[in-house]
Design a protein. Structure first.
Length: 71
């Protein structure tokens, strides 16, 4: 089974001078590589966890430096 073709891109490539087989190969859509909403939600949760962890670490370092500088 062949992948679906992005016809707008195919027509543009042919109009710009690409041969039809080259344009067809370039305009095929590989949907297996696209991100899903679940993938994006997982990424968002992971980034949020890292941001909170970095904020806590930064706050701890700031407090440690302030305690060390002040007598």
């Amino acid at each position: 089974m062949t992948a679906p073709i992005n016809m707008a891109l195919y027509r543009l490539l042919v109009h710009m001078g690409a041969s039809e087989p080259e344009a067809e190969a370039a305009a095929q859509i590989d949907t297996s590589q696209l991100a899903t909403k679940a993938d994006l939600a997982e990424l968002k949760a992971s980034l949020l966890m890292w941001m909170i962890t970095a904020f806590i670490a930064q706050t701890g370092l700031l407090l440690a430096v302030l305690r060390w500088v002040r007598p």
